[in-house]
Write a protein that binds this ligand. Structure first.
Ligand SMILES: [Zn+2]
Length: 79
């Protein structure tokens, strides 16, 4: 997978990190997420670039899992 990084795009933005698996969102347009294990150099580059500007979020997989848990929770409550 070819990933292009435009420093300009990153300026003033906040990095989204999945609060479950610590994946970071590296491209909004294509909704690309990166695991540290997959490319630690690139991962660290993003972390360094954003510094403190990191917000918690959910990657698509964990969002789905979280939604599933909420659904299950609601179902359990109804019983
Ligand atoms: Zn995740």
């Amino acid at each position: 997978m070819k990933i292009l990084i435009w420093d300009k795009m990153i300026e003033g933005k906040i990095l989204t990190m999945c609060c479950v698996c610590k994946k970071i969102k590296i491209n909004d347009e294509f909704d690309l997420w990166l695991k540290r294990e997959d490319n630690s150099v690139l991962y660290n580059r993003f972390i360094n670039k954003f510094g403190e500007r990191v917000s918690d979020g959910y990657c698509p997989e964990d969002l789905e899992k979280a939604m599933e848990e909420v659904k299950q929770y609601k179902l359990d409550k109804k019983k």
